[in-house]
Design a protein around this ligand. Structure first.
Ligand code: PLP
Length: 377
């Protein structure tokens, strides 16, 4: 087999959804008439409207990426410097970095072993007089125990900012997940269920929050002669917004196709001793963003890393996601002790996310499952 065939046959862990080229060209055509390429043009305004409706949220603002929506949302809440934010380390770097980059202190709570979201029964033990907010993550699109979190937030007067990067288009008890908490932030990165190439959004209820977020993403400029606050620049440009408008037309179909892939995986891996699949949440309309498998080597017979290597050999790209946990990052060495969240640490050392995207062929899913099952001892 030549190198190129090998390359072509390789199954990547994800493959970005992208609308047909003709559709995108049609969508961006009028940018050549107006020369309006960024600064909240018509594409930006349309996408903002369409996403507000699609996600079923009150207010939504667009950002250059998901991370800036998280980082600026925390900043917009004007929390006291040095304040503690209760969060989990079983997440992407962005969540923890957003806290630290705001001069706030992450306090790591452990996760629930079934859905990998924050364990609500452990939140209160982390609360001190310095606690200012809770920042939970809907890991793999599994929705956090929102009532439990809100009850604690109300009792201690804490803000709640959800990292909803994995939860695009999901509903929790019939309501858009973007309505949860004070603010919910989505990522529209190319690898996510819905993408704008790079992009993100913050969803919120308070219009005052909207004007602060707007200031923060556009230098605090109110008019050419009035700069009211020290803002950053995190505007979504028109080409990204245009990609979003196109991709949004196809996203329901993309999620349906992901569902087929997830069901195929389940039909082959469900009930295999030593393989824990993602919990199915009854009150959630899922988006099938990821297909995580937890490998317990003392039952299955081989380790996560051995399976990862075997898949690599077959040209199948799986991902150790999330590994390591953020509290074990080099940049935080000496600051946190990863052992303090034993469940998160264990899951990070045993999890493998298998390839998952809308166009993944079911025969390829079969081949992936066969490769995994060959490793059973
Ligand atoms: C992707 C992701 C982000 C950051 O989003 P970007 O758009 O890549 O900046 C934040 N949190 C989680 C959990 C993510 O997966």
């Amino acid at each position: 087999m030549s190198d190129t065939t090998e390359h072509n046959n390789r199954i990547l862990v994800t493959r970005s959804s992208i609308a047909p080229l003709d559709e995108y060209i049609e969508e961006i055509r009028d940018i050549w008439d107006t020369h309006w390429m960024t600064n909240m043009g018509t594409k930006h305004q349309m996408l903002q409207q369409e996403l507000t409706a699609y996600l079923g949220v009150e207010q939504l603002d667009l950002f250059t990426n998901g991370h800036m929506s998280l980082e600026l949302s925390l900043q917009a809440l004007e929390l006291p410097k040095g304040g503690e934010v209760i969060t989990t380390p079983f997440t992407f770097a962005s969540t923890t970095h957003a806290i630290v980059r705001n001069g706030l202190v992450p306090v790591f709570c452990d996760i629930d072993p079934d859905d990998f979201t924050i364990d609500v029964t452990q939140i209160e033990q982390h609360i001190t007089e310095k606690t200012v907010a809770i920042m939970p993550v809907h890991v793999y699109g599994n929705i956090c125990n929102a009532e439990g979190i809100q009850r604690i937030a109300d009792k201690y007067r804490l803000k709640v900012i959800y990292d909803a990067a994995h939860a695009f288009g999901e509903e929790y008890e019939g309501k858009g997940v973007g309505t949860l908490g004070d603010i919910s932030c989505f990522s529209f990165h190319a690898t996510k269920v819905f993408n704008t190439i790079e992009g993100g959004a913050a969803c919120f209820h308070d219009p005052e929050m909207g004007s602060r977020l707007y200031d923060l993403k556009n230098f605090g400029i109110h008019d050419p002669e009035t700069v009211a606050t020290v803002g950053a620049n995190a505007k979504m440009n028109e080409f990204c917004a245009a990609m979003g408008l196109c991709n949004l037309r196809h996203v329901d179909e993309e999620i349906r196709k992901r569902k087929r892939v997830a069901e195929r995986y389940r039909s082959q891996l469900e009930g295999v001793p030593g393989l824990q699949l993602n919990a199915v949440q009854k009150s959630v309309k899922p988006n099938y963003a990821y297909f995580p498998v937890i490998v317990e080597e003392n039952i299955f017979g081989t380790t996560r890393n051995e399976i990862f290597d075997a898949l690599e050999q077959e040209g199948i790209g799986a991902r150790k996601y999330f590994y390591p946990i953020t509290s074990a990052f080099d940049c935080f060495r000496g600051k946190f002790d990863p052992v303090e969240t034993p469940v998160a640490l264990h899951v990070s050392e045993h999890v493998l996310t298998l390839p998952m995207y809308a166009d993944l062929a079911l025969e390829d899913v079969d081949r992936i499952c066969e490769t995994v099952m060959r490793m059973q001892k």
